[in-house]
Write a protein that binds this ligand. Structure first.
Ligand code: NI
Length: 427
């Protein structure tokens, strides 16, 4: 371990400064596994829609650490009895490392190949890695404890809820950071105010009653970011093209086609035989290099999809008034007539994704509702007393979008009959 002369700081656009006060945190940041997060974007392909969205999981992870540090400091300053002070370092390490297992364009890779970033996080924390060695220097059982906080199985629920709940350090950082980097101002909320009104209460973290409006503001910001950023149709389109690249490449590999360019980590990904060593080599730089090289592969579908992705020739979308099999059959037929495979050039998308729900008032296993702490010491769930929260919570209804290459969706296009076009427009 390094000598520790004094506190270190990182300059940060969201939190101004990030303070590192423990040598263990500094050493974790300097591991090769954590430094790899610089090469993975926090928002995947959102940079196609919002060009500022180039921020990395590295900066987000430091931000989650900093918010956790501030919450704990507030608890310690006020000497709240329900806060287990001995868990400080454990919380800070779990906050810092909660996303260390993310791969390039995580959601697409998870969908196509069934890899899960949570599992990789645990493998990196508990396996033969630099992160593991730093954690073991605290205590031989420390890596397992950090992994159990991240996997939400740690017995002290209050520790888990700090890093993972409906009002946790993870969500608070990514909302502010994503709003800042995309330039979407209505994603902002008053973090300082929320940090002041959080209270440890028995086995959970609750909000002082007077902080209700600050939490409403935070949930409104979630609501805005959900619709304006996370489910932006152009971003969805880029994700569809990306997913189809991986699906096509995997299919070609399984059919025994040889690739002119296929680095080991991708080959192992196709085979379902990734080990930690190769997983760590898989970053967005490698994936994008592969796409650039695959533009020259003989398979026309793979090369076309890679060109579309790198040159931002994404699919366009239409929002049909009513989606049914007849309309889809017609579209498939039009696409086939033009020599395209509908499996790769037609996609129906419906915006739903559990990781981005706005707020749920019901209790699920690990995402408890947000409780307000009243003066008499009782708790009330926030949607029972806030009209704003009640109106935005629950499942969000969205519209189906149909994604296809542009010429096929242009008005008057020869690919689509007048009748189908009118149908797409909802006329
Ligand atoms: Ni995160």
């Amino acid at each position: 371990m390094n000598a520790w002369p004094e506190e270190k700081v990182f300059k940060d656009p969201v939190h101004k400064y990030i303070y590192v006060q423990e040598p263990v945190i500094w050493d974790l940041i300097n591991t090769r596994e954590f430094q790899r997060l610089r090469r993975i974007r926090q928002l995947g392909t959102s940079y196609f829609t919002f060009h500022g969205a180039e921020h990395s999981r590295f900066s987000h992870s430091l931000g989650v650490y900093e918010i956790t540090r501030k919450i704990i400091s507030q608890f310690e300053r006020n000497r709240f009895e329900d806060w287990p002070e001995e868990e400080r370092l454990l919380c800070l390490c779990a906050a810092l490392l909660h996303d260390v297992g993310h791969g390039p364009f995580s959601h697409s890779i998870e969908t196509v190949f069934g890899e899960h970033h949570e599992e990789w996080t645990c493998r990196i924390v508990q396996g033969d890695t630099e992160v593991n060695r730093v954690l073991r220097s605290v205590d031989p059982s420390f890596p397992d404890r950090v992994a159990s906080v991240i996997c939400k199985t740690y017995p002290k629920e209050i520790v888990v809820s700090l890093v993972s709940s409906q009002l946790d350090a993870d969500r608070m950082d990514y909302l502010l950071r994503d709003a800042y980097c995309t330039g979407v101002n209505y994603g902002m909320f008053d973090l300082e105010r929320i940090l002041r009104v959080l209270r440890p209460y028995r086995e959970q973290i609750v909000v002082k009653e007077s902080g209700m409006h600050a939490v409403e503001d935070y949930l409104m910001s979630r609501y805005q970011m959900y619709w304006q950023v996370y489910f932006h149709p152009v971003t969805r389109s880029s994700e569809i093209v990306l997913r189809n690249i991986f699906t096509r490449a995997k299919q070609l590999y399984e059919e025994g086609r040889s690739f002119r360019f296929l680095p080991d980590p991708l080959r192992r990904l196709f085979e379902g035989a990734l080990d930690t060593e190769h997983y760590l080599m898989l970053d967005e730089a490698l994936a994008q290099t592969a796409f650039a090289m695959w533009m020259n592969e003989p398979d026309p579908v793979l090369s076309d999809l890679c060109r579309r992705f790198l040159q931002r020739k994404l699919f366009k979308y239409a929002t049909p008034a009513e989606l049914n099999d007849e309309l889809l059959d017609r579209l498939r037929e039009s696409i086939r007539r033009e020599g395209y495979d509908p499996a790769y050039y037609l996609q129906v998308d419906f915006p739903k994704d559990l990781s981005y729900d706005v707020y749920r008032s019901g209790s699920s296993t690990h995402r408890k509702p947000i409780y307000l702490l009243k003066r008499d010491g009782s708790l009330v769930e926030i949607s029972e007393v806030s009209d704003i929260v009640r109106s935005i919570s629950g499942t969000q209804s969205g519209k189906h979008h149909i994604y296809m290459p542009e010429p096929m969706l242009t008005p008057g296009s020869p690919f689509i009959t007048a009748e189908t076009e009118a149908w797409l427009k909802g006329e």
